[in-house]
Design a protein around this ligand. Structure first.
Ligand SMILES: [Zn+2]
Length: 163
């Protein structure tokens, strides 16, 4: 499908996302603009994937599951800061990638998921998607992935605005 690219004032490459269904478009309004294109390319790798933004849940920031019909569903809370949304998205896509590679037999946050998450997160770090002020913290997090993000780490992600 053709996608048109427009430049904003900061020369960040923005995608025209009008062709996306409203469900998927919701995600892009929450992501840092710098991450839009890389996320689009990453998401486009997967067939039958829907990503929904949902009202805030107390016990989870995001979730991945494979539905009975084989479709993949990722949900992400809609009240997160842009960089938190991005890290949660990468966390959940690592679950999807792990499912496709290893099936259901491996633990949810086992070494297969950790390896996948580290690789994905590093690719965003090396693409300079994260601001310099937090890139080192993101790298430390990528080297020691955890199932849940600490309050301190979320605080670091929240400290960066995109505008
Ligand atoms: Zn998880």
């Amino acid at each position: 499908m053709a996608k048109s690219i427009v430049q904003n004032a900061n020369a960040t490459v923005r995608l025209s996302l009008s062709f996306l269904c409203p469900t998927m478009r919701g995600l892009y309004t929450l992501l840092p603009p710098e991450a839009e294109k890389k996320c689009y390319d990453l998401i486009a790798r997967y067939k039958n994937l829907t990503i929904k933004t949902v009202h805030s849940r107390k016990r989870t920031l995001g979730n991945y599951r494979q539905c009975g019909n084989g479709e993949h569903l990722i949900t992400i809370n809609d009240n997160l800061s842009p960089y938190t949304t991005l890290v949660v998205l990468i966390h959940e896509i690592a679950h999807l990638e792990t499912r496709l590679r290893y099936g259901k037999s491996v633990p949810a946050h086992g070494k297969e998921w950790k390896q996948t998450y580290t690789i994905l997160l590093k690719s965003f770090i090396y693409s300079n998607i994260f601001p310099k002020s937090i890139a080192e913290n993101i790298m430390l997090h990528a080297m020691k992935p955890r199932a849940t993000m600490s309050k301190e780490f979320i605080g670091i992600l929240n400290s960066c605005n995109t505008d």
